[in-house]
Design a binder for this molecule. Structure first.
Ligand code: DGY
Length: 313
């Protein structure tokens, strides 16, 4: 069984992959289409991750690979239908990054409401001339309404934190009703969530059905002081419409960890003070990244041993 790992992963994961006989691309550099095509031709299993674009055309010829074990819960960089048609199964790493991603969404919400990004930039720039009663007044969290778009694992983890930790009211949009361990009101549309919330947090998986699910209309429905938080994927949000709303002062701010064309972050966003921008850090703790890697390798091991795959998508 020939296994290929497309990117540098935490050391413990690399060691286990090496013990499994893997060839390692021990680098942060993202492989191009030719390299991925060659990997599909030459390896039985590939441990891949975000940024590795497995578009449909890669599966059109000469595919030896039977398993794409994705390091990450999101797999919108893989054309799963085309993979399936070529006999390739895709697995992912759900669950292990739920808390870390919810923590980061909370971080963004708090940073925007309390103007922490602006304050940090001011201090670093040496521009702070001292405390004043009216300086950089933000907004509190307690008692405000949080709107969750996508009440899956991460949406629920954020809602629980916001409700139990910060006394926030919760409304949500989800295709199906959820039996939730905290009070929350399900609304019929993303626009209703936008209109009914002080903060909207996006937690839907990316895919053709959710592309721009939070689009211009939803953004226009937000409250004038409303804050948008996105830790899901860039393309679930219409970034251009968001920029226009921020520039025109139609909403209060945004906290973003993901972007439509990562790693490109539009200059227009970088120029805005009321926006906090992070470099896709949702799952970025060592223990979580190790757990993700081990989970991806568990799927490889199951494949090798002919067992049911733990995490097929
Ligand atoms: C994922 O697993 O999809 C995350 O975006 C990684 O942080």
């Amino acid at each position: 069984m020939r296994l290929f790992v497309t990117r540098r992963l935490p050391q413990r994961v690399m060691e286990r992959a090496r013990d499994m006989g893997a060839d390692l691309h021990d680098s942060d550099e993202v492989l191009d289409a030719d390299a991925l095509r060659a990997a599909l031709r030459d390896y039985d299993a590939i441990l891949c991750t975000i940024g590795d674009r497995f578009d449909a055309d890669l599966f059109a010829t000469d595919v030896r690979t039977k398993l794409l074990a994705n390091f990450g819960v999101g797999y919108n960089h893989i054309d799963v239908e085309a993979a399936r048609a070529a006999g390739v199964t895709v697995t992912n790493t759900p669950g292990v990054l739920t808390d870390a991603t919810a923590d980061l969404a909370m971080t963004l919400m708090l940073m925007v409401l309390r103007r922490a990004g602006e304050g940090e930039r001011m201090v670093r720039a040496g521009d702070w001339s001292g405390w004043t009663p009216t300086q950089m007044l933000g907004r509190g969290v307690t008692g405000r309404t949080l709107g969750i778009v996508g009440m899956g694992r991460i949406g629920q983890a954020m809602a629980a934190r916001a409700h139990h930790g910060f006394g926030m009211e919760i409304v949500y949009y989800n295709r199906s009703a959820k039996d939730l361990p905290f009070p929350a009101r399900r609304l019929d549309t993303v626009e209703a969530v936008a209109a009914g919330s002080d903060v909207v947090a996006l937690h839907v998986p990316a895919g053709p059905e959710t592309r721009h699910i939070f689009g211009a209309h939803a953004i226009a429905s937000m409250r004038p002081e409303g804050v948008l938080v996105n830790t899901a994927r860039g393309d679930v949000l219409d970034e251009t419409a968001l920029i226009a709303a921020l520039q025109e002062g139609r909403i209060g701010g945004a906290g973003l960890d993901v972007y439509e064309n990562e790693p490109t972050v539009p200059n227009a966003l970088r120029a805005l003070e009321n926006v906090v921008l992070l470099p896709h850090l949702g799952s970025a703790t060592l223990e979580v990244r190790e757990a993700m890697g081990m989970m991806a390798l568990d799927n490889v091991a199951a494949h090798v041993e002919g067992r049911d795959l733990p995490n097929p998508v």
